[in-house]
Every structure is written in structure tokens, then in C-alpha cells.
Design a protein around this ligand. Structure first.
Ligand code: FES
Length: 125
């Protein structure tokens, strides 16, 4: 996916009512003019308010782990946070068992969950 296509998505998202899009990259190239820094730093800097808000996160598991902790520090309730766990999936069909955690199969029951749905077993990841 080209850079222009990525920017198109952000511009479209920003058109949604009551939506503000912040973009950060870990490391920008010479053409990048936006924010540079890890998402946890951006969260600290922007400090979104949890009132009437939903936070949606996806990415590498280690990033998700720290983002969830930071969102809680900002006052987001687990019911206000949505995340993905597809990194635990392999077959995606409920056959291999790789994504099984407790009574959940990430590929069958998710892979998108509210944080309160997965809090109890997330530490196992
Ligand atoms: S990914 Fe194979 S069972 Fe879920």
C-alpha cells in the first residue's frame, strides 16, 4: 500500500463527525512531516479524554499491552477499549487450537474484543 493511499484513509476517517485523527510513526523518513514517536508517547502527549469515547487499538502484542495500560491510566474503562488479538491465530478456522485461551478461540470468538472481555486471560499472552 502506497503512502498516498494510507494518507487517504486518515483523511477519510477525519471526516467522520466528532473525530480527530492523530498519526505517529516510530521513525519518519525525509518526506515525513508528521509526529514521530511511539504510540505510548503520543497517548501521553495527546491525553484523550475518556468521556463519551471509545479507544480502538491494533498492532503488535507488546504495543497493545502498553497501550491498554496507558488507556486505563487516562481513565478509559475496559468497556471503552476495543482491541484485536489476531497475532495469536494460525489457521483462522478453529482447527489448529493455537489461538485457544481458556474457553475462547480468538479466531472464532474474535479476533476483535472489548478489553473487559479479555482482561482475565490477556496476561497469558
Ligand atoms: S487460529 Fe487455529 S484454532 Fe484459531
Amino acid at each position: 500500500m502506497g503512502k498516498g493511499r494510507v494518507n487517504w484513509f486518515y483523511e477519510e476517517w477525519a471526516k467522520a463527525p466528532r473525530t480527530i485523527v492523530h498519526v505517529t510513526v516510530d521513525k519518519g523518513d525525509d518526506a515525513w512531516t508528521g509526529r514521530v514517536g511511539v504510540i505510548t508517547q503520543a497517548l501521553t502527549d495527546i491525553a484523550p479524554k475518556p468521556d463519551n469515547a471509545v479507544a480502538v487499538t491494533c498492532g503488535p502484542p507488546i504495543m497493545i499491552k502498553f497501550v491498554l495500560k496507558d488507556l486505563e491510566k487516562l481513565g478509559f474503562a475496559p468497556q471503552q477499549i476495543v482491541t484485536t488479538l489476531e497475532s495469536k491465530m494460525k489457521c483462522g478456522l478453529g482447527k489448529c487450537g493455537r489461538c485457544n485461551v481458556g474457553d475462547q478461540y480468538i479466531c472464532q470468538d474474535g479476533p476483535v474484543f472489548r478489553y473487559d472481555q479479555i482482561q482475565s486471560f490477556l496476561e497469558a499472552f
